[in-house]
Design a protein around this ligand. Structure first.
Ligand code: CP
Ligand code: NVA
Length: 290
């Protein structure tokens, strides 16, 4: 049974297929007679809409399942809830506050399931960002990605996904306490390096400077002050070369992790990233359906 809870659910062949499908897919009628449930326990603009429009374009039906209205919120178990859903639905797209809920859903749903973001992982974003990097640089190999700020779900999946590129590295600039608290859940390897102070020489080699909100939807702790020195602003971008780009999965908290000049500036490709969410979702849906 195919699933996409984390990038580590994919092998190189799966990943290559998704990217190839995304690059070549028109509006084929791949999802005819397929009913796809969308559960968003947390807010979403891009992920929800790109799945809805992608499913429409591939001739499928989506059903918005309102999490708060499910009997799961009264006394019904995960087992009964998701077993019953698999009587009606063909696939499930699930955004949740707790990755364990996603694993329970997978256990009982018995059909393909896609993580639309959990507290620890955002695989659809990582696939889409790889698509955007390839579109921009013509390759996923030999790139230097600089990540500034929090160690969150988007970074978790980015670190997993670069295993599918050759000689691409991620240099993470973050706070040491956050690193010590988070490192054990990350799948770290020699291509990922951590820094606790700004290092101009390393940043100047970045093809891409990437960041995300300092405080995510799930975070109980406000990290704005702790991470403020890692804001991506003109000073940081001026270290980079002419071809380098700024990326952010959005939504952005302008003035916090990124300055307005940078996110609206000429190196920013955040709108291409957002646009490519639709392309990548269709690649994922095709991979799931064949
Ligand atoms: N980047 C992203 O997942 O955006 P949404 O939270 O709006 O879906
Ligand atoms: N890290 C962010 C990503 C939003 C798309 C969050 O979880 O809130």
């Amino acid at each position: 049974m195919k699933k996409l809870l984390n990038i580590s659910d994919l092998n190189q062949n799966d990943f290559d297929e998704i990217i190839n499908y995304a690059e070549s897919l028109g509006n084929e009628k791949l999802l005819t007679n397929k009913n796809i449930g969308l559960i968003f326990e947390k807010n979403s603009t891009r992920t929800r809409l790109s799945f809805q429009v992608g499913i429409n374009q591939l001739n499928g039906n989506y059903i918005d399942v309102r999490f708060e209205e499910l009997n799961l919120n009264r006394f019904e178990s995960y087992e009964d809830t998701f077993e019953v859903m698999s009587c009606y639905l063909d696939y499930l797209v699930f955004r949740t506050t707790d990755h364990k809920k996603l694993e329970l859903a997978y256990k009982f749903f018995k059909k393909p399931i896609i993580n639309a973001l959990s507290d620890i992982s955002h695989p659809c974003q990582a696939i889409s960002d790889m698509y955007t990097l390839k579109e921009r640089f013509g390759t996923l190999n030999n790139l230097n990605i600089i990540w500034m700020g929090d160690m969150n779900n988007v970074l978790f999946s980015l670190i997993e996904v670069i295993a599918f590129a050759k000689n691409t590295k991620v240099d993470v600039f973050t706070d040491e306490k956050i690193f010590l608290k988070s490192k054990d859940i990350f799948n770290l390897n020699d291509n990922i390096n951590f820094h606790f102070e700004i290092n101009e020489s390393i940043i100047s080699k970045g093809n891409c400077i990437m960041t995300d909100v300092f405080t995510s939807m799930n975070d109980k702790e406000d990290k704005e002050n702790t991470l403020s020195k890692f804001q991506v602003n003109d000073q940081i971008m001026s270290l980079t070369n002419d071809e380098s780009v700024f990326m952010h999965c959005l939504p952005a908290k302008i003035g916090s992790e990124v300055s307005e000049d940078v996110i609206k500036g000429e190196k920013s490709i955040v709108l291409a990233q957002a646009r490519n969410r639709l392309v990548a979702q269709k690649g994922i849906l095709k991979w799931l359906s064949i």
